[in-house]
Ligand binder design. Structure first.
Ligand code: AMP
Length: 360
């Protein structure tokens, strides 16, 4: 397979037509690429800004064959892409980035934590849970409260429940649907940070300054970036990012969520093998944002600079909050990013606003 950089005019395929796919598509378009989206929904946010849209389930063999034929490289905007779809694309001769190893590692919380600890990117203590007895033994080992999460398919705080006592174990086990799970020790963090990082086809690394994240009800509300951190913390985050991306032979942008325990002691919460909501600040805070960076990486281009030229407060516009758009548009310091979604269901990510301040 050729390793020459993909020239402008080539076509990039994206699995998933949400806002991340939309912003990836816009970045790709700016670099002269064509984009084809595969998404089961007609008129997806990404499909509407792209040159082509295939409307089909993610595991539809015909749709995957068509996408693999038209696209020189295929990427994805969410981590729950069926592994079988990636296998089919690769067997059909398509280049897929990031690869199957990153996807399968991020899809299973136990495998993810085993991998992370194996490369020195320390996590909280954890116990795999397949039965109620495992859960009770895990609570005994890790202490309470501990957090029970489904091994697969969890996001934005879904599929997880705090277990406050051994007596509450059975109810917690039922709450998550008696599915394969992981029990995690509680991270005693001062704050939540994340690092957006990228690896090129040639193994080069690019790491953005850290962001500090504030969640509400398990959903990201605000990112402040660059986060004010000491040199030890920034250095540790860079080392963690490098170990993970190199360990996975990764190509593309990744979001790494971190618990800051203080004094440079960071624990990895989870990795997202894709562009990440906590990296949206880079659109208005960096010369090369995470979306362009991802396109550069998967196209085999040199990675772009990651230095911040502004301080950004990124706030998600959830559900009806998007109706504030006119007021926000009138603010001199606000850059508005709207996703073109018609229906503002409660909690749905409708857009975000980056408030731009000078670097201190
Ligand atoms: P996750 O779905 O794993 O990203 O978790 C969602 C949120 O739950 C995180 O952003 C944290 O605020 C919290 N959380 C997750 N795991 C832990 C943990 N082991 N200890 C304390 N808080 C956690």
């Amino acid at each position: 397979m050729t390793t020459a950089p993909l020239p402008p005019g080539a076509t990039i395929g994206i699995l998933g037509g949400g806002q991340l796919g939309r912003m990836l598509s816009q970045a790709a378009s700016r670099l002269g690429f064509n984009v084809v989206i595969l998404d089961p929904e007609e008129n997806s946010p990404a499909g509407r800004v792209s040159q082509g849209q295939i409307v089909a389930p993610y595991d539809d063999p015909n749709a995957l064959n068509v996408l693999g034929r038209v696209a020189e490289v295929v990427t994805f905007e969410f981590e729950n892409v069926p592994a079988e779809s990636v296998r089919r694309l690769v067997e059909g001769g398509a280049r897929v980035a990031p690869g199957a190893m990153a996807l399968s590692t991020a899809q299973d919380r136990v495998e993810e934590k085993q991998f992370l600890n194996g490369v020195g990117a320390t996590t909280v203590d954890f116990v795999p849970v397949d039965t109620l007895d495992d859960l009770i033994a895990g609570l005994d080992r890790l202490g309470v409260p501990a957090l029970l999460k489904t091994r697969r398919d969890g996001y934005d705080g879904k599929g997880q429940v705090w277990v406050k006592s051994v007596r509450a174990a059975e109810e917690a086990w039922k709450t998550i649907g008696e599915r394969p799970a992981i029990l995690e020790a509680r991270a005693d963090f001062i704050r939540e940070l994340s690092v957006i990082c990228a690896r090129g086809r040639d193994g080069s690394l690019a790491v953005y300054p850290l962001g500090e994240n504030i969640h509400k009800g398990g959903v990201l509300k605000t990112t402040l970036a660059p986060a004010v951190v000491d040199a030890a913390t920034q250095k540790r985050a860079r080392a963690i990012a490098g170990a993970i991306l190199t360990g996975l032979d990764y190509v593309g942008v990744m979001g790494v969520e971190l618990f800051d325990l203080g004094r440079g002691d960071l624990r990895v919460n989870e990795i997202a093998p894709r562009v990440h909501n906590t990296g949206h600040w880079t659109q208005d805070g960096c010369v090369c944002d995470q979306f362009e960076q991802h396109i550069r990486a998967i196209a085999g281009w040199p990675l772009g600079p990651t230095r911040a030229h502004a301080r950004i407060e990124m706030t998600n516009l959830l559900g009806h909050e998007v109706e504030q758009w006119a007021g926000l548009a009138a603010r001199a310091d606000a850059r508005l990013h709207l996703y073109g979604k018609a229906e503002a269901r409660p909690g749905r990510k409708m857009g975000h606003v980056n408030r731009v301040k000078p670097l201190a």
